[in-house]
Design a protein around this ligand. Structure first.
Ligand code: B12
Ligand code: SF4
Ligand code: SF4
Length: 370
């Protein structure tokens, strides 16, 4: 079976619409070539940093974490092709001043094609599958699986070894030319990688600590890992229950996800704007008015976000985070909505709305006293 060369992988990936690509070998766990990240991942799970993301904690019958190595998840895996798609846009950063009644939806969820939302999972998967077809023409058929986000793979680990970029102190993969507004997708293959796989990208964080200093909830641990249970992205997307009360004021007006630790990164200042027709930003989602989002009933919300990553939070989780954002807005005009939601049959929404209304009422008392 022929080996895959980095040059072939890169040319096929660029033709398929990716911005960068590389290939990494998949070493056997416990071998001299094993990756240092395997131990890091085990320690991260053991420390409880994955919170309620149980899919990250799955184990095989021998007790090994399925994601600790691709050889555990897919024993036939010998190499992994990692592709990156730029989704940077010219729209403002979450760290720039905005209207006090505007919220924030993370940049990765803005994507659209024409007037319809587009889900990066589907866009990248299609590109990976077309790439695989082209590679097969060079190599003959080979066993493989394509994944975007949802496979049993810690994609950033293999992205680093495929030479896509370095692991920033914000834990994101950063490419010197492209920055970190990159979606990742992988093709796991049974083919050996050519002997000369990509060399690691040099670490360009230096003495910078902007992301660590800017993170409102202190989720970044400083050793290129995070406690996800503190991360606003986890709290507003993955977490199904209430947002812990002590963290609510720190969430600010963020309704879905968080971009702060990437918005402050100097490497993103010079990152090129993507001209990808399948990942174009929807202007209505950039600094969206909280009142508009709150007025969407479930069918309207479904219409707006059908096919968008925002659906992951579900309507209930989205409104819970929206209530917290309105409570942090100092905008008394949201009191009627919050008082109505305080009687909602969903106990998480009702309690979040009561807390939020209280913030606005307390804010009034404080300014009257001040
Ligand atoms: C779970 C998850 C989350 C969780 C946990 C994130 C985290 N940092 O662990 C939450 C919900 C918080 C999250 C948030 C976001 N996510 Co997310 N997420 C994932 C997912 C599904 C799994 C990641 C995982 O296994 N985490 C566990 C930890 C341990 O792994 P890790 O951070 O990847 O860490 C590895 C490296 O950092 C490295 N490492 C650790 N320490 C050190 C130290 C040194 C010195 C070195 C060299 C390496 C190194 O080893 C670690 C593995 O042990 C991946 C997709 C996938 N299947 O991989 C997407 C993914 C990581 N997410 C992505 C995105 C876009 C986001 C958000 C930007 C979305 C948003 N705007 O809200 C934020 C970014 C927040 C942040 N600063 O990371 C992209 C990242 C692209 C990139 N350029 O890096 C991915 C790859 C999805 C994709 N296919 O594009 N995410
Ligand atoms: S995404 Fe937001 S909350 Fe999470 S680590 Fe980055 S700045 Fe902190
Ligand atoms: S803000 Fe600074 S420390 Fe953080 S990822 Fe960017 S360069 Fe690295």
């Amino acid at each position: 079976m022929p080996a895959l060369s980095p040059q072939l992988v890169e040319s096929v990936a660029l033709a398929a619409g990716f911005s960068a690509a590389g290939i990494a070998a998949v070493p056997e766990p416990g071998s001299p070539e094993d990756l240092e990240e395997r131990a890091r991942f085990n320690a991260w799970i053991d420390a409880g940093h994955a919170g309620a993301m149980d899919y990250l904690k799955r184990r095989d019958p021998s007790g090994s974490l399925v994601r600790s190595s691709l050889r555990v998840a897919l024993p036939w895996a010998r190499s992994v092709i990692v592709c990156a798609a730029n989704y940077n846009s010219a729209a403002p950063r979450s760290t720039e001043p905005a209207a006090p009644d505007a919220g924030w939806i993370a940049r990765y969820a803005w994507s659209s094609r024409g007037d319809r939302p587009s889900d990066y999972h589907k866009v990248l998967l299609r590109r990976l599958e077309s790439m695989r077809d082209r590679l097969t023409a060079h190599t003959g058929p080979f066993e493989s699986r394509c994944f975007v986000d949802t496979g049993p793979v810690v994609e950033r680990v293999y992205a680093r070894y495929a030479g896509i970029g370095w692991t920033g102190k914000n834990t994101c993969i950063l490419n010197e030319r492209l920055g970190s507004w990159l979606f990742l997708g992988v093709i796991v293959t049974a083919l050996e990688a050519a002997a000369a796989v990509a060399s690691l990208a040099p670490d360009r964080c230096g003495s910078c600590t902007r992301c660590i200093d800017a993170c409102p909830t202190h989720a970044l641990t400083g050793d290129r890992q995070m406690d996800a249970t503190l991360c606003i992205s986890y709290l507003t997307i993955e977490n199904r229950g209430p947002i812990p009360e002590e963290l609510r004021p720190l969430v600010g007006r963020q309704v879905f996800g968080c971009d702060i630790c990437q918005d402050v990164c100097p490497w993103n200042r010079r990152a090129p704007i993507a001209a990808d027709p399948e990942l174009a930003p929807r202007s209505a989602l950039v600094n969206p008015a909280l009142g508009w989002l709150a007025a969407l009933d479930e069918p309207a919300w479904e219409r707006w976000f059908n096919g968008s990553p925002v659906r992951r939070a579900k309507f209930s989780g989205f409104r819970r985070s929206l209530a917290i954002a309105m409570g942090n807005s100092q905008q008394r005009k949201f009191l009627p909505t919050l008082r109505a939601w305080a009687g909602d049959p969903d106990p998480v929404l009702a309690e979040s709305a009561r807390w939020a209304a209280q913030q606005l009422e307390d804010g009034d008392t404080n300014s009257a006293n001040g």
